[in-house]
Ligand binder design. Structure first.
Ligand code: PHE
Length: 357
């Protein structure tokens, strides 16, 4: 009797299994695949040899071989997934950003901490002064509709005062004209509308923020600048209250040797109106290039709320009165620190910026 071709099957299967277990990488595994499970593998060769057996013996042998194949195939796939998992873990490890080396070594220590810019810190100081005087601080949008920037402030279309506040127009495809606000005064309108809606009058607020004008920068002007607006709406408010707030603010912020003065002026949204000026801190009032030889620097405008504005927002001018002011934050920084040319504020020259850390 010829020996069965499967006489050594179990030893051969164990050998295949241990070969599979010894495959160390996915490359080795791929390379060994035809030898272990492919058409020319040992088990496939044995399969072919079964053809010489008696039908009954062939059936038994076939079942045995099938079982061995399943076992080898399963071991092979298990090995493949183990190796694939290991390869993935390895590549994740290799890709990990080494914080202790790559990043830290590319930065020179010690890193100097940054600090708020001069305009930002000036804004905070101004807010502090006004909060100390009982004002709250409010915020408003930098992009406004024509209504807020002009019309509600008693500046109808084609009013010559619009020339003073020429600005950048924003095309949002809306029928209404949209502008980069030219002053913080539109925030007054928002605040008054809100207080009317909520029935929360009186108002004592300051509103700092960024403004834009189509201006050519010079020693005292920037096209993008900052203002702080003030608004008081209450009962029995008089011009003396406005003058008192301006004077108190000037002494508190600039110190006792800097004076303020109000000069008659015109703004469509206040009546009467005034310009608010302080002694030029560069020349201490002597007259210099920065103040155009006048000894005074205009910080902003102010006045009593115009009845047209009160009625635009639905406030009863018989019951309520008030005042508003608005002045330049950049201008305050300039005067406080005796900066001859305001353009230094936006030059980003660290020799300048570091003096205000
Ligand atoms: N909004 C005015 C300006 O930018 C200043 C101002 C504010 C005047 C409030 C009066 C009242 O020129």
């Amino acid at each position: 009797m010829t020996p069965s071709p499967l006489a050594d099957l179990s030893a051969q299967t164990s050998e295949l299994l241990s070969t599979i277990a010894s495959l160390a990488t996915l490359d080795e595994l791929t390379e060994a695949e035809p030898r272990l499970t492919g058409k020319r593998s040992l088990l496939s060769t044995l399969q072919k040899s079964l053809g010489s057996l008696e039908p009954n013996a062939r059936k038994d042998a076939g079942a045995l071989l099938q079982e061995a194949r399943r076992e080898v195939q399963a071991a092979f796939e298990a090995r493949r997934s183990t190796l694939a998992a290991a390869a993935r873990a390895e590549s994740l490890e290799a890709d990990r950003l080494d914080l202790g080396d790559v990043v830290t070594n590319s930065v020179r220590w010690p890193v100097r901490a940054g600090h708020p810019g001069l305009v930002a810190s000036t804004q905070r100081e101004l807010e502090d002064v006004f909060v100390g005087m009982g004002f709250t601080v409010a915020d408003g949008p930098e992009v406004e509709s024509d209504w807020y920037n002009f019309e509600a402030l008693n500046i109808p279309p084609a009013h010559p005062a619009r020339g003073l506040w020429d600005t950048f127009y924003v095309d949002l495809g809306e029928p209404e004209t949209v502008v980069l606000r030219t002053h913080t005064s539109p925030t007054q309108v928002h605040l008054m509308e809100e207080a009317v809606a909520k029935g929360s009058l009186p108002i004592h607020s300051v509103m700092p923020g960024r403004c834009f004008r189509r201006d050519t920068p010079d020693a005292r002007h920037l096209a993008t600048f900052h203002q702080i607006e003030g608004l008081v709406v209450d009962r029995g408010i008089a011009f003396a209250d406005l003058a008192g707030v301006i004077e108190t603010f000037t002494r508190a912020y600039f110190g006792p040797d800097i004076a303020s003065r109000l000069r008659p002026a015109f703004f469509p949204f206040t009546e009467p109106s005034a310009e608010f000026e302080v002694t030029c801190t560069i020349c201490r009032g002597e007259g210099c290039r920065t103040c155009s030889q006048t000894g005074w620097i205009e910080l902003g405008g102010c006045g009593m709320l115009d009845p047209a504005v009160l009625s635009a927002v639905g406030i009863d001018g018989d019951e309520w009165s008030g005042f508003a002011f608005g002045f330049g934050i950049d201008r305050c920084a300039q005067m406080r620190h005796q900066i001859p040319d305001m353009r230094a504020l936006i030059d980003n020259d660290t020799r300048f910026l570091e003096q205000f850390s």
